[in-house]
Design a protein around this ligand. Structure first.
Ligand code: FAD
Length: 303
């Protein structure tokens, strides 16, 4: 075992896993090994881990619930910090939810509804961690997580903790400042309002039912592969370009939802990349529109 891994094990309270297959940590079940993956027990573990990585000159990569990731078949060198599994504390303060970034959004939706609050229902069925949702400004059904943010707490590669106001997060369509600058989101304060529990639960049930009808939830996937272009819907453009059912190795463009790539049988990241390129070419030929991936690629160069 390397000295780097030994130092992490000595210092951290959370899990330290050397050569951990990342396919176990992505919803599409693809990805080679992390040199070392940690699941921090608390915020101090995150700060300690990034400081140790800096001492060894190791690259740091953050993952949440792995639901918007395509990880290289070669894996990711250096330190991979997985926030889900460890940092999951949350509390309600007045009308605000204060939660750590490893909390899962589906759980937060039910906890807050149960406590008589409304606000997160729009996100029913998004399998995100709070941190990943904030990075991506996850949204659906007319709502976006960024619009509810009061404050985000994050640390940089030196382990310094900074507080971001909503404006400083620079939220846009599936965009935030956390994509262009390397911050590790530790926690956030989310604004909610008093709600009607029965009405909120009914809304969640309806949204989950709708997803089941239109999304291929029975096969591993990473959600929408492409961002919607301005004024268009990626899934519709891909469908019209005749891409449904296209296959590369074990990956396939879903027959149910054209913007989903499903892992039918032991697909590799190379298979998915091949499909992404073929779809881009076919949509360009049919519509003259360039599609851009929404899914985040990690481990291909510097991620
Ligand atoms: C079935 C399905 C349905 C989906 N539906 C939707 C939908 O309706 N709307 C939508 O917006 N998305 C949807 N998604 C995509 C995905 O769930 C979102 O993009 C989500 O926000 C990703 O969260 P995550 O925790 O899984 O992040 P990951 O996929 O693990 O990471 C996403 C990005 O965030 C970074 N990151 C994660 N956590 C942190 C952190 N704490 N600090 C710093 N960086 C971090 C990663 O480095 C990566 O760049 C869907 C996905 C699936 C599989």
């Amino acid at each position: 075992m390397s000295q780097f891994v030994q130092d992490l094990e000595k210092k951290l309270k959370g899990s330290v896993l050397a050569e951990e297959p990342l396919r176990k940590h992505t919803t599409i079940r693809i990805g080679g090994p992390a040199e070392v993956l940690i699941i921090p027990a608390d915020q101090q573990d995150v700060v300690d881990a990034v400081r140790i990585a800096a001492e060894y000159g190791k690259q740091v990569t953050i993952i949440g619930n792995g639901s918007n990731l395509l990880v290289s078949d070669n894996g990711i060198p250096g330190l991979v910090v997985k926030l889900v599994g460890g940092m999951t504390t949350w509390k309600l303060q007045g009308n605000s939810l204060v939660a750590e970034s490893g909390c899962l959004l589906p759980a937060l939706i039910f906890h807050t509804i149960d406590a008589g609050f409304s606000g997160l229902e729009f996100a029913a069925g998004i399998p995100a961690s709070l941190g990943g949702a904030l990075v991506m400004n996850a949204g659906a059904n007319g709502g976006e997580i960024g619009s509810l943010v009061e404050e985000v707490q994050a640390c940089n590669a030196a382990g310094e903790v900074v507080h971001f106001s909503q404006g400083a997060c620079r939220f846009g369509y599936r965009q935030s400042v956390f994509q262009s600058e390397q911050w590790i989101i530790l926690a956030a304060r989310i604004n909610l309002q008093a709600g009607d529990k029965a009405a909120s639960l009914a809304r969640v049930k309806q949204l989950l039912g709708k997803r089941k009808q239109i999304q291929p939830l029975d096969l591993p996937n990473a959600g929408s592969i492409f961002r919607n272009p301005i004024g268009g819907v990626a899934g519709k453009l891909i469908d019209e370009a005749g891409c449904k059912g296209l296959k590369a190795g074990g990956a396939m463009i879903s027959n149910k939802h054209a913007n989903f790539i499903v892992n039918v049988e032991n697909a590799t990241a190379a298979d998915v990349l091949e499909l992404i390129e073929r779809v881009k070419t076919m949509v360009m030929a049919k519509h003259g529109i360039e599609l851009h991936p929404e899914v985040r690629m990690l481990g291909f160069s510097r991620g």
